[in-house]
Design a binder for this molecule. Sequence first.
Ligand code: 5GP
Length: 112
Amino acid sequence: MTQSSIFSRILTGDIPGEIVHQTDRVFVLNDIAPQAPVHLLVIPKTDQYANVVELAAGDPGLLAEMVATARELVPGDFRLIFNTGEGAGQTVFHVHAHVLAGELPEGSLGER
Ligand code: 5GP
């Protein structure tokens, strides 16, 4: 990418954004425009993959880590969405998983 994505700029602190969880390779934000009581974005720290198709081909282990992170953060059932391409509603071309779920128990991540 020629220019850092908005998510990379949040990761580096160039623009404000609360990182609610991170590992060596992924970080998690609350979506700024939530579509469900819990709406997390699980994002690789690298911005070299624009979408989930590129990520699956280039680093399937990193994709698995994103899924495991969603599983770790949301105790119950959830939806995992990867908008892929402009026509599907993708607006940020730095691969990210939307994790959508109902309310989490008090004191858990979604309540912060
Ligand atoms: P996409 O449309 O690419 O699948 O998802 C991009 C998501 O990023 C959208 O749901 C949008 O609300 C979210 N988003 C865009 N800018 C920001 C931001 O500055 N902070 C946070 N936390 N989320 C953002």
